[in-house]
Design a protein around this ligand. Structure first.
Ligand code: CDP
Ligand code: MG
Length: 733
């Protein structure tokens, strides 16, 4: 048997029963905590006495509330309008009983920390309550989300609940996509977008309330926002600031926000049985598939939520699971597989919220997004392999990579909790209890302490914040990471020697892109190729999923791809060729099919490009085209990415020029067989090796010409006498 269940535990491990029992206690303790609402803070606190009061309050609140709701018509054939049914759902949420008390607390305090179990209605309901209480009369209610999918899907849900169209009263704003209008009063947005809005509106004057939601996620942008909105709230007594979190470390937030009161309300939670594996799993994806199948065949009905690190893993598991299910024939019940990850098109996102048909079972394959940002009703089983994709950053070399990393205990607890929202549930952890207790960290390290800070430092500088070491950080980043990003911005010409923003830096800050990409765009003015460069920047921004390779047509797909690489032009120019060819066919879908290119990705690239073109105008750069001067285009790329250069070694690997490190050209690159002597790359990804993704050849003398402050002659001296033997294969044309 793969799992150790509570009962049979002690046979495998003398401590197992104890461990399992403790786990059970963890779950129950949280439940108790929720129901009783023990003291959370010494500073100030709202206590909800007992159940009776709770019921009374909901009845009262319900009565007051009913009338407003009945005002909206639109009946369906069943007599009960869909709208009415949604209102019923709203009232069933745990937060509903605390509506009035919450509104009173908001009235009495400028800053409030709100703590409530995931799925209790914080994100969808609080903005609506504020609207109903009149807070939108003199400004918008803004609510930040760490993830784009959450911002979109929550906004869609709230628009529905309010009986309006998405983008009207309720809208969302994420990078490169603004779904709001002048009418918008409830605005969901990514934390990064609010940061960008601050650049144009430093006092957030158009908002009456700002909700920093999912504060426990501690993303880089959320952490930066903490410091900024705290300052704005001091200067604007009329602004209400709500910090909302799903976990109990509320004191830390309260301390940071000048001892702001904590409003915490109980959620509903059923016990969750935790099972660990008895031995470590060799392959967590295989184990996840096997577990889903076991649940499907053996366990009573109820939906399954599987946590996987990313899109690739989700797609692989989806395919494999479908294959296995087909193999099982018609004897078993229907299994509906729903993936959810950041890049999933919005029409497919809605699918995970559709109720499961009677007799069937739904299995949701999700990234960390389903850990706290999104609540899917009806989940009874959670499969937790114990991994997530995490950014890590080496401040010494300035290299950033995305790694599949073990999660923290806090994450594991959140994941398990997703199984017990509507009924008792079960969580299958695909790791051992020993692993859990001994190897997992208690909490996830905040992103600000493990990421490249160049982009936020540029934003802060353009907000006029000069002394970053004195910035009000909840948890400061390592100072070497701050210094590294200042050095990079200086090297890119965004800051002068005094650390002040230059004209180029001001222009760069206008682009919602990594500073190296922004620099590449700003400098393209000089090389008269901004038209080509924004196409390349847009194509780089859509990520690696441009081509698709159907199993039975891989050769055709590869040939189609190689067409764009003819002449070994390099990956950046190949991206430009793809974009331009598509444009020449008048953005034809048919053309995409014929070339095994994802239409969706291309449409997104076009959107992004349009916006970049608008931003060019804003920073007064003309759109100029220089399509035949490929070297001008390459020089613009180098001017943005010169810190990312590498030189070929005798053994066919590469060595980065500054901070030497061994790297390789990604096999998907058009240059992976060509191996030019000098290359500039877009990013490094670490899989089986450290790979450079999106690579272009450069001439070493360009480095001295373009970045004389960064490279010296000795860095780029190319022992030209020692020509590389041309042993490795040529490009396939
Ligand atoms: O923010 P919190 O975790 O407290 O809860 P929420 O996101 O406001 O979710 C409240 C309810 O809305 C849950 O029952 C969700 O299932 C539902 N919801 C939904 O049906 N569709 C969405 N796109 C978002 C939430
Ligand atoms: Mg939420």
């Amino acid at each position: 048997q793969r799992y150790r269940d509570m009962g049979s535990a002690e046979k495998m491990n003398p401590f197992a029963e104890q461990e399992a029992w403790e786990d059970h206690q963890i779950e129950n303790a949280t439940l108790k905590f929720g129901a009783k609402n023990k003291e959370v803070s010494d500073n100030y606190e709202f206590v909800f006495e007992d159940q009776i009061d709770f019921i009374k309050a909901s009845v009262l609140a319900g009565e007051n509330y009913e009338d407003e709701m009945h005002a909206k018509p639109s009946q369906d054939s069943a007599g009960k309008s869909a709208f009415h049914m949604l209102q019923e759902d709203r009232k069933a949420l745990p937060i509903y009983s605390y509506r009035d008390r919450l509104l009173n607390a908001v009235k009495d305090h400028q800053v409030l920390i709100i703590v409530g179990e995931t799925g209790s209605g914080k994100t969808t309901q609080i903005p609506q309550y504020l609207h109903e209480a009149g807070y939108t009369k003199h400004g918008k209610v803004g609510c930040t989300q760490p993830r784009r999918v959450a911002a979109m899907s929550v906004a869609a849900r709230v628009a529905q609940e309010m009986g309006g169209k998405l983008g009207h009263e309720v809208g969302y704003s994420i990078r490169f996509e603004d779904c709001t209008s002048e009418k918008t009063i409830l605005k969901y947005m990514t934390d990064g977008m609010l940061l960008r809005e601050l650049l144009g509106e430093p006092d957030l004057g158009s908002y009456s309330v700002i909700i920093v939601d999912e504060a426990h996620e501690r993303t880089l942008h959320t952490d930066i926002l903490f410091g900024l909105v705290k300052d704005i709230a001091r200067a604007r007594p009329d602004l209400k600031l709500l910090i909302s979190s799903a976990t109990m470390d509320a004191e830390k937030f309260s301390d940071f926000f000048d001892q702001a009161p904590i409003f915490s309300f109980p959620g509903r939670r059923y016990p969750v049985d935790i099972c660990f594996t008895t031995a470590p799993e060799a392959d967590y994806m295989d184990a996840a598939i096997a577990t889903v199948l076991t649940i499907h065949v053996k366990e009573q009905l109820g939906d399954v939520l599987v946590f996987l690190p990313g899109q690739e893993e989700i797609e692989a598991v989806e395919e494999n699971l479908k294959h296995k299910i087909r193999g099982l024939g018609t004897k078993i019940r229907e299994l509906i597989i729903c993936p959810i990850y950041a890049n999933l098109p919005s029409e497919l996102q809605a699918k995970i919220f559709e109720p499961t048909p009677e007799g069937a079972r739904k299995v949701v394959l999700a990234t960390n997004i389903a850990e706290t940002s999104l609540t899917i009703d009806g989940i009874k089983y959670v499969v937790d392999p114990g991994f997530s994709k995490m950014k890590s950053y080496n401040p010494r070399t300035g290299m950033e990579s995305l790694l599949v990393t073990p999660i923290s205990k806090a994450s594991a607890t959140q994941r398990a909790g997703r199984a017990g929202r509507t009924s008792p549930g079960k969580c299958y952890r695909l790791y051992t209890a020993y692993n859990y207790y001994n190897d997992l960290e208690d909490n996830t390290v905040p992103e600000i302490q493990r990421t490249n800070l160049a982009s936020v430092v540029l934003s802060l500088k353009s907000l006029g914040i000069h002394n970053l070491l004195n910035f009000d950080f909840m948890d400061p980043p390592p100072s070497e990471a701050l210094i590294k990003s200042l050095e990079l911005l200086f090297a890119l010409g965004a800051l002068n020697q005094l650390g002040e923003l230059t004209k180029a830096g001001r222009r760069m800050a206008e682009f919602p892109l990594d500073p190296m990409l922004s620099k590449m765009i700003v400098v393209s003015d000089k090389y008269k190729c901004s038209d080509e460069i924004i196409s390349i920047a847009a194509m780089l921004s859509i990520g690696p999923s441009i081509f698709y390779r159907p199993k039975d047509k891989q050769v055709h797909a590869d040939n189609a791809m190689m067409n764009f690489h003819v002449g070994n032009v390099g990956d950046h120019i190949a991206l430009l060729k793809i974009y331009n060819s598509w444009k020449e066919t008048n953005y034809s879908t048919q053309w995409c099919y014929e070339n095994y290119i994802q239409v969706r990705s291309m449409k997104r690239a076009r959107d992004i490009r349009d916006q970049l073109e608008g931003l060019l105008e804003r920073v007064e750069i003309d759109v100029s085209s220089n399509a035949n001067e490929l070297d001008s285009i390459r020089k613009s790329i180098v001017a943005g990415f010169f810190p990312h250069t590498a030189k070929l070694q005798k053994n066919g690997s590469y060595r980065t020029v500054k901070h030497p490190q061994t790297v390789h050209i990604h096999p998907a690159s058009g240059l992976s067989q060509v191996l030019p002597r000098w290359v500039v790359y877009h990013q490094l990804v670490l899989t089986s090796k450290e790979y450079m993704r999106q690579v272009t050849e450069l001439k070493p003398e360009w480095l001295i010409e373009i970045a004389p402050h960064y490279y010296q002659l000795k860095d780029v001296e190319d022992a030209t006498s020692k020509k590389m033997p041309k042993t490795s294969g040529r490009a396939v044309v």
